[in-house]
Design a protein around this ligand. Structure first.
Ligand code: PXP
Length: 406
């Protein structure tokens, strides 16, 4: 493998999701090596914290404090830049790029970009140094390096062109049905509620037809199919009975979730890795019927890869742990996990949704993650509707999403 990634310290940012960072940096570095005509070369990327970077900065540049990136070319002073090399030189080791993820994280926050975008900028900078660019030699060289940097960054952004649009709000009306089922009667009707949500601006309606029918009933799904003006996303377990209903009713998409009889709500993402065969069969049936499939997963690189393998169109990233975090540090950690998994899924060509547990405090930050197409929100909106009405509750949630634009 041309890119060796080394974790040289145990800072929190690195502990959050080393495998995710690794997968993302691996893909970006390989892509960049191709762009600079070095796809056969080897490079090492060493990720560290500020303390380790401070040591290197002192030792090799006699400068105090940490810096964001340092490059150590295998051959000092080479000036090939990114010219195409003759074959005998094409397999060279280019050298090492040291990056302080802690500094990168701070810089990303300051610039209002994702950690991954900042790491990409630093990787570009480090790589260009390795192949002979040097902004410290002269103004002319600095200009040449910075313009090549910009060119590569713009190219990579364009290559991974993501939706700049804000995610769309879809409302889960299960808990309108929960209230109805409490008395076993006909009111309130989730079908009527769905219409109110649409009039308030929701771009889709989600219902979970559970095997135990504790809230949404078959009749609700059938009527929603007939009456919705937007899109119907049917959440469901991967079981024969419900798969047959979905194939008959033809929602606009389905979201496969794990289901346990005794749980209060969906507790975690689906374990795609250990259910590939069954998932593959269902997804094939749905695809034949023209129904796109989303899989609800925890923010985890291995689950993303498995979802891609079984042929899912979307993944819905579980935001529950981010929403339930007990302190800000924990919340940050969960947020970065979701942000990086979204980026990874997006790069693998999956479409990305997110949801579970989102409320009026936690939604805006998630809505700001590039590439997320839909947020699926239920409990918080239905709970608030008891006080302010459903129309108002949906509009206020939409305002939380709109805030991410600012
Ligand atoms: N996404 C999935 C896959 C879910 O199972 C649920 C809950 O039904 C939601 C989103 C919505 O979660 P909440 O009701 O907490 O907003």
């Amino acid at each position: 493998m041309p890119v060796n990634i080394v974790f040289a310290s145990h800072h929190n940012t690195l502990k959050t999701a080393p495998y995710l960072l690794e997968a993302l940096i691996q893909r970006r570095s390989q892509f960049l090596l191709e762009q600079i005509n070095r796809s056969e070369s080897t490079v090492s990327v060493v990720l560290m914290d500020d303390a380790s970077m401070t040591d290197y900065n002192q030792q090799y540049r006699s400068k105090s404090g940490p810096t964001n990136v340092l490059s150590f070319p295998t051959v000092e002073g080479q000036h090939d830049m990114d010219q195409v090399l003759p074959d005998e030189l094409a397999h060279d080791e280019l050298g090492d790029i040291l990056i302080s993820v802690e500094t990168a994280q701070r810089e990303a926050q300051k610039k209002g970009i994702s950690l991954h975008q900042r790491l990409t900028e630093l990787l570009i900078h480090g790589l260009l140094h390795l192949i002979g660019y040097d902004h410290e030699i002269s103004d002319e060289q600095a200009e040449s390096m910075f313009s090549r940097e910009k060119e590569l960054f713009d190219f990579i952004q364009h290559h991974y062109a993501r939706r700049k649009k804000m995610p769309q709000l879809t409302i889960n009306v299960d808990h309108i049905a929960t209230i109805r089922q409490a008395r076993g009667g006909t009111e309130p009707d989730p079908v009527l509620a769905a219409g109110i949500c649409e009039l308030a601006g929701a771009k889709g309606i989600v219902v979970h037809l559970r095997e135990d029918r504790r809230h949404i009933q078959d009749r609700d799904v059938r009527l929603l199919r007939q009456t919705l003006k937007t899109r119907l996303n049917l959440e469901m377990a991967n079981v024969k009975e419900i798969v047959e209903i979905a194939l008959e009713i033809q929602p606009d998409m389905i979201t496969l979730v794990p289901e346990k009889r005794k749980e209060l709500t969906t507790e975690g993402g689906l374990d795609v890795m250990n259910n590939k065969k069954k998932l593959f069969k269902t997804i094939r049936k749905m695809t034949k019927a023209g129904i796109p499939v989303s899989i609800f997963i925890d923010p985890d690189a291995a689950q993303v890869a498995a979802a891609q393998e079984v042929g899912a169109t979307y993944v819905e990233l579980h935001t529950g742990r981010y929403c339930d975090a007990e302190n800000e540090q924990e919340r940050d950690k969960e947020f970065h996990l979701i942000e990086q998994t979204a980026e990874l899924a997006f790069e693998k060509g999956l479409r990305v949704n997110a949801g579970h547990g989102l409320d009026y405090r936690t939604t805006t930050r998630i809505a700001g993650i590039p590439g997320i197409e839909e947020l699926s929100i239920g409990h918080a909106v239905i709970a608030r509707s008891a006080f302010v009405g459903l129309d108002q509750a949906v509009r206020e949630m939409q305002a939380c999403i709109d805030q991410a634009r600012q």
